[in-house]
Design a protein around this ligand. Sequence first.
Ligand code: HDD
Length: 701
Amino acid sequence: MPTRRKPDQNAPEIVTPTGAKTGEREPIDPRAQSGDYLTTAQGLRLPDTDHSLKAGRRGPTLLEDFHLREKITHFDHERIPERVVHARGAAAHGVFVSYGTAASITKAGFLAEKGKETEVFVRFSTVLGSRGSADTVRDTRGFAVKFYTDEGNFDLVGNNMPVFFIQDGIKFPDIIHAGKPHPDREIPQAQSAHDTFWDFVSLHTEATHHVFWNMSDRGIPRSYRTMEGFGVHTFRTVDPEGGTHLVKFHWKPVAGVHSLVWEEAQIAAGVDPDFHRRDLADGIEAGAFLEYDLGVQVLPDDGTETFEGIDLLDPTKIVPEELAPVQLLGRLTLNRNPTNYFAETEQVAFHTGHLVPGIEVTNDPLMQARMFSYLDTQLTRLGGPNFSQLPINRPHVPVNDMLRDGMHQTAVHTGVAPYRPNSLDGGLPEVDPEGYVQVPRLVEGEVGRGNPLSFEDHFTQPALFYRSLTPVEQAHIAEAFTFELGKVYEQAIKERELAVLAQVDAGLAAIVAEGLGLPVPTGLPEVGEVLPSPALSQVVEVPGPIAGRKIGVIADSGSDLAGVRTLRKALAKQGAQLLVIAPTGGFIGKGRSKEVVDRTVLTARSIEFDAVLVAAGTGHSADIKVVILLQEMYRHCKALGAWGDGIEVLTGSGIPEDGPGVLHADSADKTFAAELIASLGLHRVWERADLVMADAVAPVR
Ligand code: HDD
């Protein structure tokens, strides 16, 4: 029989393997190992891990070789199931600092308190591909943020698009089955350009708005640094006086919103499948931290759950920023790479149900289903119910949850009464009346399956999106539809999707139909005039920041290396990096003017660079790799430049000297650097956009 203890000594303590009591911030040993000697899992020192224990030099191997068996057994079980969606991801640690501007809409301390710093972990991902798939495929990107707040963990599990494919979570398995590779041959990997995807979305036309975002430049982001994020659903916030507000969360990247061009994305998928995760890790390592502002659109919680006729419970709808501006609440800075991919990026478990007082969910039927799925999926993926104890998932506040035992239990719980009320463990844990209490909301209605009528409008908002974009962005959408549907085998599916497009925008349908060689659907009602939302366009007219950008400079030992150094300095001041590309590795130049070669002509590929320059004095090379590099840069609408006689290398590779975005100067001086920085700040030279498009879909030509 357990003995009764004095209440003040009775608090049930949970002691973790590292010795910290639960709730205290654990001193995480990133290596999860200590000592300088190789040991078994039991701590036994080993003299040799390269030879199994054999009877004689020529074997056989003995069953008693416990080290061999332990090593192989553990290896055999190293893999855990990858995420059923968002399997491919990359992550970073960071900090969120509140501007204090949210105090009137939420009591959540991490948002309301000015200057409050909260640790975060962010995982970016693609949706459709397997863990080893390429980063730059056309897809939605996950943008999942875990805030380790003083009131427990809050997860904002969002995407880089503000709408979702479906309105009700019950269809989630269906859209994912349709988007994933075909079940017979398991192809294609990580893409939507196939029959089952287009079959589904043409039959479930609520997907149209999200499909438009996928087919737009948003489907192929330049980097995580230049990606917007959205909480998608409408959330309910509760202020300190108990007032409620409906909000939509936005992440606004400080570096602006930018994308790849489609050919570039395709090349990158082969040349550097790790393109986005490399950029994320390299940027942080170089000190060019990623920054985003968290903002909200605040909408009145007036009982209608609509705003200007837009149903706020429908996750396929946006509220244009012109109608409800995004108010900024704080800044997120990603400043630390994970130490171990598996322990952190793979094992992190996000959940829409990880909420803090002041932030609540709404009746959005997509969100309601998510509230079940995220907890449930971890049981298989992380092998049981104790995944919250993994260091990356552990809250940074005391945890006293009365949850006990189970697979992979790492806590050593004390006390005898994990129930309440109890009289044995001093009555602890107590409940806190100030803890998370949902605001009362009235629920009524007949039980049944079905949607509100307002969920039936599937086409107005895709039209709003399409018509708010610039011609070049619209051309990219036309190109993407034509490409993807061109990969579909079944003509009936293409025709059905063309009919969908015709109901959104007849002009777009006509371009795509022509590209597919199919008749333009006629006699269908088209969305009438819409009020455009310029905030949806990502084309900039004023140069933005260039931190994290990479600029290549083609040079050799005869080049003007002083000029290279001037440019490097000017670019470094902006957080951008200059990389020397030379015919062979090692160094170029001599003595104190020696320069390290960062890339050889063989290892450099255009996709890595945001601009490429040719230094004065560089000997003209007819190397096909140089020609391909420069021509791809030109086709992909990126800045090119040269100083002095470096221009001859450009023109010798077929780049017109007076082409748009081709910079040249006599020397690599400050003026040249400023011109380059401005050109990089515009992201692309869109005047060249049609160079990389088929005639049928290049209306800008
Ligand atoms: Fe989901 C993962 C985002 C709808 C079920 N989802 C997952 C991740 C992100 C999103 C970013 C990866 C998290 C990570 O990096 O670990 N999901 C969304 C958004 C949605 C959405 C923005 C709609 C607005 N998801 C959604 C629905 C369901 C799920 C409707 C099921 C009913 N999602 C899951 C999941 C995943 C997941 C199966 C897979 C791995 C995981 O959760 O941890 O539970």
